[in-house]
Design a binder for this molecule. Structure first.
Ligand SMILES: NC(=O)c1ccc[n+]([C@@H]2O[C@H](COP(=O)([O-])OP(=O)(O)OC[C@H]3O[C@@H](n4cnc5c(N)ncnc54)[C@H](OP(=O)(O)O)[C@@H]3O)[C@@H](O)[C@H]2O)c1
Length: 253
């Protein structure tokens, strides 16, 4: 990305910004001049390190903690977000929670997976949209997943269903808010080398993905962040309601 500080004086809220794609997105947005609100759940020290990196790039930064597997945590973040002037929202927080086969799923686990990946993104978006509508501008980027397209690996059914709903939500939001100068898109990462896979994947599984990916490697968090920053920029002004696949050719149809 060119560094013309095109996001100067704009404030971005990035959820799940204590590591991986959210961290890289926070830093990439700060490099373009944005102030960044860094949301995290459990990794306070890591979130503080991201805060320092954003500040070192000249941006203002602040932290907000919320567990988005619960309605209480979602309401906490929504209330906080509604109290701020947010120009850019990146709904990035997400988790598989636990790789679980269909017959082992409980209603509680299903609810937690839906909350952290889908429901929280909807209600945080709703909270931010009120201000965006008043100010007549805003950009939202949702983070979906390649799993939304093929059902995910075994044990990731609920996660992939939630991410498919995130992709659908992106289009529904566009119909309602594009006329109000609020642009909504999604990025759909393939397999990206982050903490996510330390928790949920095996080395053999990742080797299988590399072998099935034309480019022959996993993605980096920075590659996803660059796409998110582009979608946030004015250069993407006519891109509306799209789900941009960034997966090294793993899935092309
Ligand atoms: N890596 C991939 O291959 C891949 C592929 C497709 C889509 N994605 C999506 O990309 C997004 C970022 O993932 P990542 O790969 O960067 O993984 P990551 O490094 O593990 O980051 C996940 C982020 O989500 C936050 N989070 C997790 N559980 C949460 C909860 N209960 N409440 C609130 N926040 C929570 C984490 O916060 P704390 O660490 O502070 O708890 C962390 O900041 C997710 O939506 C993921 O589904 C990833």
């Amino acid at each position: 990305m060119k560094s013309d500080h095109s996001f100067k004086n704009l404030t971005a809220l990035v959820t799940g910004a204590s590591s991986g794609i959210g961290e890289a997105t926070s830093i990439a947005l700060a490099r373009e001049g944005a102030n960044v609100i860094i949301h995290y759940n459990s990794k306070r020290a890591e979130a503080e390190a991201v805060l320092k990196k954003v500040q070192a790039l000249g941006g203002e930064a602040e932290l907000v903690q919320a567990d988005l597997t619960s309605l209480v945590g979602t309401q906490k973040l929504s209330k906080f977000a509604a109290s701020k002037t947010i120009d850019i929202l990146v709904n990035n927080a997400g988790s598989l929670i636990a790789r679980t086969k269909v017959l082992d799923f409980t209603p509680e686990l299903w609810e937690r997976v839906m909350m952290v990946n889908l429901t929280s993104a909807f209600f945080v978006t709703q909270a931010v949209l009120r201000g965006m509508v008043e100010r007549k501008h805003g950009v939202i980027v949702n983070v979906s997943s390649v799993a939304a397209r093929f059902g995910g690996g075994v044990g990731a059914l609920a996660y992939s269903a939630a991410k498919a709903a995130v992709s659908a939500m992106t289009k529904g939001l566009t119909k309602e808010f594009a006329p109000l100068n609020i642009r909504v898109n999604a990025v759909s990462p393939g397999t990206v080398d982050t903490n996510y896979h330390k928790s949920f994947s095996t080395p053999a599984g990742l080797d299988g993905v590399r072998a099935a990916t034309p480019v022959g490697r996993l993605g980096t968090a920075e590659e996803i962040a660059d796409t998110i920053v582009f979608l946030c920029s004015d250069q993407a002004s006519f891109i509306q309601g799209q789900v941009i696949e960034v997966n090294g050719g793993f899935l092309m149809a």
